[in-house]
Write a protein that binds this ligand. Structure first.
Ligand code: ZN
Length: 332
């Protein structure tokens, strides 16, 4: 075999990935946080308490009571800016008590409100809201993941039904109180090809709860640290985009197309229906004789091949349909 095809860990061959989540999807995000995102040109992700969309928050003794949950118009505005939207349950209570309402109906109502699929579930309160019964309900209802409140990066082989989120807080709480660090877990993600999903609520000049949030100047430093330390190596995207990619990568099947020829059939096998973006980036290791004037042949159509390392061509392929791939080059 003259060529070897490998999917890259992250789309476009990026080294690591980053998403920032804002639990509760508060309208007050538009005061300071959304403008910061616009300034930096990066998307965010909001987690919606579906039963209180468009209403003043009133949940138990929440420190955010009196704040405002975004309604459909605000959520759609964010989507138009490239943001993603997840389900933070219907009531922000005990999810297992009513799986149909908290998981299934919440998804339906939210999808109707925003005009888009919902594949992300973010556990409200604590990890007590990720149980085997909840995971089963999520899988049956067409979700692709569950976000927890465990502080860690997500490695390339992460369990999608218990994704970790990094503490992006002024002062994380008991038993090990810890202070804000704009570089928290970023070097670890770079080293281990990880995905950092930040956890916070509504960064602002004043915040009601220092263990659940951070000041806007700190958040500015955080996003700058991601952009600056990540450079061209970080993929900053919504949870939906990154999940689609991980699932596609895991379902990619590569087999020889025909005997005696250097061509391969690439397809996504048994891909879950909710996956919307079906693009996979592949690196194609080629022999030296194919590195001069290289091209990639997709379904018989030649495309320029980009030599990204000493020996590999890279291409991002749309695998909504299976494709046949071969590589050519000339020695002239
Ligand atoms: Zn919450």
């Amino acid at each position: 075999m003259n060529i070897q095809i490998t999917p890259t860990t992250w789309k476009h061959g990026k080294e690591w990935a980053y998403t920032v989540t804002y639990d509760e999807a508060l309208t007050e995000l538009f005061d300071h946080t959304v403008p910061l995102h616009e300034e930096l040109g990066i998307p965010g992700h909001v987690e919606v308490v579906v039963g209180q969309m468009g209403q003043v928050r009133q949940i138990g003794n929440s420190s955010y009571n009196g704040y405002h949950h975004m309604g459909a118009d605000r959520l759609r505005e964010l989507i138009d800016m490239g943001w993603g939207v997840g389900n933070h349950s219907w009531s922000h209570g005990i999810v297992e008590e009513n799986l149909d309402l908290e998981i299934r109906q919440a998804k339906q109502v939210l999808e109707e409100a925003i005009g888009q699929r919902v594949t992300v579930y973010t556990a409200p309160g604590s990890n007590a809201n990720i149980t085997p019964a909840i995971t089963a309900a999520l899988q049956e209802s067409g979700y692709l993941c569950a976000l927890s409140v465990t502080d860690d990066i997500n490695r390339p082989d992460a369990d999608l039904w218990f994704l970790n989120r990094a503490s992006n807080l002024h002062q994380a709480w008991t038993p090990l109180f810890s202070a804000f660090d704009p570089h928290h877990r970023l070097m670890q993600a770079q080293r281990e090809s990880g995905w950092v999903i930040d956890y916070c609520h509504c960064p602002a000049p004043s915040i009601p709860h220092e263990s659940k949030d951070l000041y806007i100047d700190e958040h500015r430093a955080r996003l700058h640290a991601v952009v600056e330390s990540g450079g061209d190596e970080v993929w900053i995207a919504t949870a939906e985009e990154i999940l689609d990619y991980i699932v596609c990568r895991r379902h990619l099947q590569i087999e020889p197309a025909a005997s005696g020829q250097e061509s391969y059939r690439l397809r996504l096998r048994d891909l879950p229906v909710p996956v919307a973006s079906r693009q996979v980036t592949v690196d194609i290791e080629v022999a030296p004789n194919l590195r001069r004037n290289p091209y990639i042949m997709l379904n018989g159509q030649p495309q320029p091949g980009l030599l990204v390392t000493g020996s590999a061509l890279r291409a991002t392929l749309d695998l909504s349909q299976p494709v046949t791939l071969s590589v050519g080059g000339s020695s002239q």
